[in-house]
Design a protein around this ligand. Structure first.
Ligand code: GAR
Length: 190
């Protein structure tokens, strides 16, 4: 397929959603290719995985309180240099500066482990268990200045089991994320 969309992925840790995107992109009819993986943790395990899979990786030093502005300028430069058309936040655990978000309006997508608008921010699985929810899940949405508040592109529900713990529920939600994110990205690009 000619002219695949150029997608960059930002991660902070394990990178299992990034891996799901890399493997989905191997299908000949996938409308995107993963051209870059970067993030805010130079030792993130996901970066090693991306390298092993032959994807370009750029390691930036972790931002400190004082270097946050510089970090996002540098990151933006890295994304532009790679000619990225879409940026996926796949477990990228940073609050983004408004100017950075504005520069990627309509082209930056986040995956979040809850059925938004329920449970923005952290601690989503504990919140779902505490509330006695029968259903949890995950959401893929466009990134706007409002934390976890941008337009929703897709969601996947996951049943909560009577004996669920945070870890067990998180594991099943992650399986759902790996299905949802590559599919919703393909639909959005098409
Ligand atoms: C995923 O569950 C993702 O939804 C979550 O981080 C995890 C990353 O896992 N993101 C957020 O909580 C963002 N607010 P992964 O590194 O294995 O893809």
């Amino acid at each position: 397929m000619a002219d695949k969309a150029r997608v960059a992925v930002l991660i902070s840790g394990r990178g299992s959603n990034m891996a799901a995107l890399i493997y989905a992109a191997r299908a000949t009819d996938c409308p995107y290719e993963i051209v870059l993986v970067s993030g805010d943790k130079p030792n993130a395990p996901g970066l090693m995985l991306a390298e092993a899979e032959g994807v370009a990786v750029v390691r930036l030093p972790s931002p400190t309180k004082d270097s946050k502005g510089c970090f996002f300028n540098d990151l933006n430069g890295v994304l532009r240099k790679a000619s990225a058309e879409f940026v996926i936040l796949a477990g990228f655990m940073r609050i983004l500066p408004d100017a950075f978000v504005a520069g990627w309006a309509g082209q930056m997508i986040n995956i979040h482990p809850s059925l938004l608008p329920k449970y923005r921010g952290l601690g989503t699985h504990q919140a779902a268990l505490d509330a006695g929810d029968a259903v949890a899940g995950c959401t893929v949405h466009l990134v706007t200045a409002e934390l976890d508040g941008g337009p929703i592109l897709g969601q996947c529900e996951v049943a909560v089991l009577p004996d669920d713990t945070v870890d067990r529920l998180a594991e099943r939600v992650r399986i759902a994320e790996h299905q949802l994110l590559p599919r919703v990205l393909a639909e959005y690009i098409r």
